[in-house]
Ligand binder design. Structure first.
Ligand code: DNO
Length: 403
């Protein structure tokens, strides 16, 4: 018996009316739900019910629904644990209440200092001549040591690494250096902001005294204030992992490993304190066993980003097609379906976990439009189609909610 309420709920990230992919197009991708945010509201301000409703109306007008907010971003004073954070936490609570009032019950967020996901290359040509995002630690070191000139950075690299980084920077033209800088210092997703070197250095200075332990405490404080409100209004919070999942540019990271995620869910136990399981971000580390993490953390997973990265021996990685790359997506999907089965068996809600593809390649089909990096049309469409086919195939083979 086909029972589609047990399937993963296919969603698509849309950056709002200025996105090069339209809602009408999204409707034809197989996605049912939209993942979006009010990117035009400055981080830290309250999202009014009216603004939320306007965005929701646009989505519902084409027959889709606003399933997930990605993201309500967290103000830097909260991450740094400064006294002003309490006002921003109150604002965050109010935004959650307003979202709940409109029936929007799932919120993705991250706790990465200053930057969101970070890459060194946005158009890395792969085998089929499409373009992928890439992270190359040598390029990052080159930027950090010879362009940003971050104080203390030289102590973090071996003589060999410094040499390689210098050779890399010397091989670049002025324009290539500028592109590298802009790529690394791009601000939040859904905006075209890029930090200047001075602005970025100022941000780094403000993190001077904040190490991993302190950042983790600041996250726990945030959760203690936010989760009770989320629970009261029926919102599920889903923290997104760090990308890449290790410290960069001298900034600490606390959402990179299974132990990190375990600390987070244990710090304020609640059905509202959950995870966005992003296989692409977590897959940046070879020591993250992704199917095992789904098995062990499954009950806390509220949202899935299923994408793949290909890691190389030199520590670099690039975004692979969704079913290729270093992560065995088949095993991940099997673990996810097992978690859904468990939820059905214990009569728990939230079986149709929202899932989205992520970071599609830029294909020839996509050449004439200006997409946010990673958010191409056809590239992601391929990813979503592959993931849905994989899901259906596994269900049929295992006869789980499928004949
Ligand atoms: C990467 C995305 C991230 C993510 C935020 C969540 O493509 O998954 O931008 O949305 O980090 O807050």
């Amino acid at each position: 018996m086909k029972n589609s309420e047990h399937f993963l709920y296919p969603t698509w990230r849309w950056f709002g009316p200025q996105d090069a992919v339209s809602l009408a197009e999204i409707k034809q991708t197989g996605a049912k739900g939209i993942v979006t945010a009010l990117h035009h509201i400055p981080c830290g301000e309250v999202w009014s019910v009216t603004e939320i409703q306007q965005r929701q109306q646009l989505i519902e007008d084409v027959g889709l629904d606003w399933t997930v907010v990605e993201s309500v971003n967290i103000h830097e004073t909260i991450k740094r644990g400064e006294p002003e954070r309490n006002q921003y936490i109150e604002n965050y609570q109010q935004t959650l209440r307003n979202l709940a009032q409109r029936g929007i019950k799932l919120v993705c967020y991250n706790f990465m200092p200053v930057l969101d996901w970070t890459r060194t290359h946005l158009a890395f040509p792969v085998e089929d001549d499409s373009f992928a995002l890439r992270y190359d630690p040598i390029a990052l070191a080159g930027f950090e040591l010879f362009i940003l000139k971050r104080e203390g950075a030289e102590k973090e690299y071996s003589a060999e690494q410094k040499e390689a980084a210098q050779a890399y920077i010397l091989s670049l033209t002025e324009q290539e250096k500028e592109t590298l800088q802009k790529t690394i210092l791009a601000g939040l997703p859904g905006t075209d902001e890029v930090f200047s070197l001075d602005e970025f250095n100022e941000h780094l200075e403000r993190y001077g005294n904040i190490d991993t332990t302190q950042l983790r405490e600041n996250l726990a404080y945030f959760l203690q204030q936010i989760i009770p409100v989320a629970e009261e209004v029926g919102i599920k919070m889903a923290i997104h992992p760090d990308d890449p999942p290790f410290p960069i540019l001298g900034l600490p990271r606390v959402v990179s490993t299974e132990a990190d995620l375990r600390f987070i869910v244990d710090s304020v136990p609640s059905p509202s304190n959950g995870i966005t399981f992003c296989t692409g971000s977590l897959g940046g580390r070879a020591d993250n066993n992704l199917p095992g993490m789904v098995q062990r953390l499954g009950e806390h997973i509220h949202f899935l980003h299923l994408r793949n990265v290909q890691r190389s021996a030199d520590g670099s990685f690039h975004e692979a097609n969704h079913l290729e790359g270093s992560t065995d997506m088949v095993s991940v999907m099997q673990a996810v379906i097992a978690e859904q089965k468990r939820r059905v068996e214990i009569g728990r809600s939230g079986v149709a976990i929202p899932m989205r593809p992520d970071h599609g390649h830029q294909f020839l089909f996509d050449a004439n439009r200006h997409f946010y990096p990673g958010y191409s049309g056809v590239g992601r469409l391929r990813g979503l189609a592959e993931l849905r086919g994989l899901e259906l195939g596994i269900r049929r083979m295992l006869q789980i909610f499928e004949k």
